[in-house]
Design a protein around this ligand. Structure first.
Ligand code: PEP
Length: 261
């Protein structure tokens, strides 16, 4: 962990129902306590529960960032089933994911789709978490660095330096997501450092050193401290472990403890 403020976000994916979403958000906010002063904490429920979770967070008075799992790049119009960045901002969303591996590999989003989303999110003053990462086949073929570099360069095409303050990268090896397998702290650090080098090539060293890079892929209380102790790992994007308030908050606490004194 570096001097960058840690950022831990829980991606609830297509889980919870309305009552349990509100209960989970309330439990996270209630127990976050002082941690929210030193760690950015986000919860990312399914679209249909965003309004209910927004209310729960507002009522708690705790600074928990509300996130959406996806968006469409156009503002409005004949795009049945899609949700725009403006609509998300309108109901209090502050973070939007772009390019989560399940959207790339299950739904079939391309690098260009992801880039359009990243540009729309950042252009509307929201925070964007751009997710990147290699599949097991790409890893075994020795393509990890090339895949990460391509997803970063394409994902950020046309994004100006002035908008980088609202950008977070999530390095999520696809083979580690939801599988219980985790990258070793050394392998994750190596990937993060290489991603930061690509960012430095695109935007310069100063900008690259201020961009947060989260690790995602079966992060849980048992492995969080070791991962978060790495110098280029600035937080986590958490799936499974974010569905239990105590596990999620244990990871937040690990991020807080990993900060230099
Ligand atoms: C994710 O969905 O981004 C993720 C990292 O999931 P999990 O923590 O369950 O691997």
């Amino acid at each position: 962990m570096s001097a960058r403020r840690p950022f831990v976000a829980g991606n609830w994916k297509m889980n919870t129902d309305k009552a349990s979403a509100v209960e989970l958000a309330t439990a996270v906010a209630r127990s976050a306590g002082d941690a929210a002063d030193s760690v950015d904490i986000g919860v990312i429920p399914p679209f249909v529960y965003l309004g209910a979770v927004a209310n729960a967070i507002r009522e708690s008075g705790v600074n928990i960032l509300l996130g959406a799992q996806d968006c469409y790049h156009e503002s409005n119009g004949a795009f049945t089933g899609e949700v725009s960045v403006e609509m998300l901002a309108d109901i209090g969303v502050r973070i939007v994911l772009a390019g989560h591996s399940e959207r790339r590999h299950v739904i079939g989003e391309t690098d260009d789709d992801v880039n359009r989303k990243v540009r729309a999110i950042l252009a509307h003053d929201l925070q964007c978490i751009l997710c990147i990462g290699e599949t097991i086949e790409q890893r075994e073929a020795g393509e990890t660095d090339a895949v990460n570099e391509r997803q970063l360069r394409t994902g950020l095409e046309g994004v100006p330096l002035e908008q980088l303050g609202r950008l977070t990268i999530a390095y999520e090896p696809v083979w580690a997501i939801g599988t219980g397998k985790t990258a070793t702290p050394g392998d994750a650090q190596d990937a993060h450092a290489k991603c930061r080098a690509v960012l430095a090539d695109l935007y310069g060293i100063d900008a690259a050193s201020s961009i947060r890079i989260q690790y995602g892929g079966s992060m849980k209380p048992a492995n969080a401290s070791e991962l978060l102790a790495q110098p280029d790992i600035d937080g986590g994007l958490i799936g499974g472990a974010s569905l239990k308030a105590d596990a999620f908050l244990a990871i937040v606490e690990a991020a807080r403890s990993a900060q230099p004194a």
